[in-house]
Design a protein around this ligand. Sequence first.
Ligand code: ADP
Length: 258
Amino acid sequence: VVGVRDIRIVRTAERRQRRLIAVASGKGGVGKSTVAANLAVGLARLGMKAGLIDADIHGPSVPTLLGTKERAQAVDKKLIPMEAHGIRALSVGMMIDTDRAIAWRGPMVAGALNQLLADAEWGDTDPIVLDMPPGTGDIQLTVVQKHRPVGAVIVSTPQDLALIDARRGIDLFRQTNVPIIGLIENMSGYACPSCGEVSHPFGSGGVEETCAQLGVPFLGRVPLDIAIRTASDAGTPPAAGEGPQADAFMAIARQVSA
Ligand code: ADP
């Protein structure tokens, strides 16, 4: 007979086992959310019960990226994650109107994060990819101190300005003893759809160089590709499909899961 106390022990054990992978960037617009969503979908394709949490409370984009328009339901005050493209996901954007500005102070944001992370029915979901807000502010600190991710994946574009910010992001994780799983170079090289010529609007190779300098793994690159943008806007993560876009994200998912 399993008593209440035993259930509590099982729950604690289950919570401890659940791994959080933080996907972060030094600044916005570098494709952090796109990478986070496709990493979660990629991990699921590799056979894991992957989840995705939108910790970007002020700019939630997970509902758009997964094409989930409905509201998340709650049972006994516990949110039920949405299921889409083989993963479970939760976002503040699934609780309120995404057109509304979220003018919350720190404690409210921390409370919302806690609801998404600890007070939701995640069941056997593992690992959970966390789409972090850009930069090194209040939410990042709450996440690293309170929720202790097993590691962080940093997304950057190759240009110097983005890389300077990415270094700052890496520093925050290092200071708080969260291991850096590695860096991803997004929007790396653009192949012209009509002539095929590859150009480098943000430079090239900068992220790999930074990895070598900082002694952290380089996880791969994702090209600047219109197909990635259109699929993302349509709510169909490229990692769930086929072709070179899916291959790029699957290669990264394999590196992260290794
Ligand atoms: P962030 O989370 O860093 O703010 P997003 O993931 O929201 O960035 O991406 C910003 C925009 O760039 C989105 O419109 C997204 O579809 C697009 N995007 C991201 N990565 C790529 C890519 N590799 N190729 C083309 N468009 C991309």
